[in-house]
Design a binder for this molecule. Sequence first.
Ligand code: CAA
Ligand code: FAD
Length: 379
Amino acid sequence: MDFQFTEEHLMIQKAARDFAVNELLPGVIERDEHQKFPAEQIKKLGELGFLGMMVSPKYGGAGLDTISYVLAMEEISKVDASASVVMSVNNSLVCWGLETFGTEEQKQKYLVPLASGQIIGAFMLSEPEAGSDATSQRTIAEDKGDHYLVNGTKNWITNGGSASVYLVMAQTHPEKGSKGINALIIEKDTPGITIGPKENKLGIRGSDTHSVMFQDVKVPKENRIGEDGFGFKFAMKTLAGGRIGIASQALGIASGAFELALKYSKERKAFGKEISQHQAIQFKLADMATKIEAARLLCLKAAWEKDQHLDYTLSGSMAKVFASETAMWVATEAVQVHGGYGYVKEYHVERLMRDAKITQIYEGTSEIQRIVISRSILS
Ligand code: CAA
Ligand code: FAD
């Protein structure tokens, strides 16, 4: 048991913190207000190696461990959760899925540019009628011998407008249920793809979320990931790690809101003293700090298990449900600590509160995490 970070971990954490403060903080309020995708900042994140953090240097990645990834996700999310969701999807859904299950040709062609941030990717499982109930895929990938013909609609796709490469789950053998689903690599420019309008969201408004329609889209057989019918397992295994990324995003939102509340409580005076001298505020800060520390330890434990090649499905779901509920609670309390000032944009906490909500919904809602956890502890 060792609670000490390495020099390298601390260096990555500092690099992410510096990037967040210097490159993301200026303009974060405007990007949120105008739903502007942080294109320039994402490009720089890629150049610094933050979009392929855990990918082997052989494929253009930074070759770091999952602990480093958690630390970096926390720092970026403290400031801009719209940027960190792009980072999370590219690292833990797209790059990890390709590196772990892709063929050498797929890795050379797609993983190399994705890991170095030259392009970004999207992960497409959800549909208008298949969100939590993810096995009910309506998108069809009809087997045509040397290619698949894809028809259907994917919903709520993060990076839907800006990604160049999509990992798409689609049903090939409906009679086989979840065992009939395939995971396909589809290039954005393939004829037959239509991207819907950008969703107008409550939070993470800088990220671009779109529906994506496929009409007779021809996908070569060599773009299938894994064996025929491996697609649902691919999605579940990939999401198990993705949930560590979103848990770390939630952790960052919580710790960002806490840092702002702590600072403000020492500046604002009421009834002749700093509000931090009132016990009601002190107890809020104490509860915030305690929940954040517990969330951080759950994230790091799941990351450590992943790095040790242990099964991290349970710890990842525990980290996600706890960290996301912590983020929502802490951010709401941070608004309260700020009083009326917390309700306006300049003080940042109202945005963090809006951003926190999504962490309880995507990559499996809190209810779905509890299903995964209860199935595991009851089995
Ligand atoms: N690893 C490997 N295989 C797994 C698995 C895992 N973690 N979880 C399930 N499976 C396998 C099962 O073993 C089963 O295979 P067998 O039949 O061979 O045993 C198969 O998958 C079907 O599993 P279930 O019978 O458990 O399926 P279910 O219908 O009960 O659903 C579920 C399980 C956990 C609820 C799943 O549907 C789920 O996770 N739903 C949530 C979907 C989700 O998280 N979507 C996120 C979309 S991406 C996103 O959101 C990105 C973003 O925002 C940024
Ligand atoms: P539903 O599944 O319809 O759920 C509605 C409610 O019912 C929820 O509270 C849910 O927890 C509850 N519920 C459902 N089933 C059960 C059950 N068995 N027991 C108890 N409660 C249950 N998806 C992608 O594939 N790729 C992406 O990049 C992506 N990005 C997203 C970005 C944003 C901003 C958003 C909003 C969503 C994104 N999603 C993405 C989709 C996201 O994963 C789904 O919204 C989520 O999985 C929930 O599915 P749903 O919206 O269909 O809700």
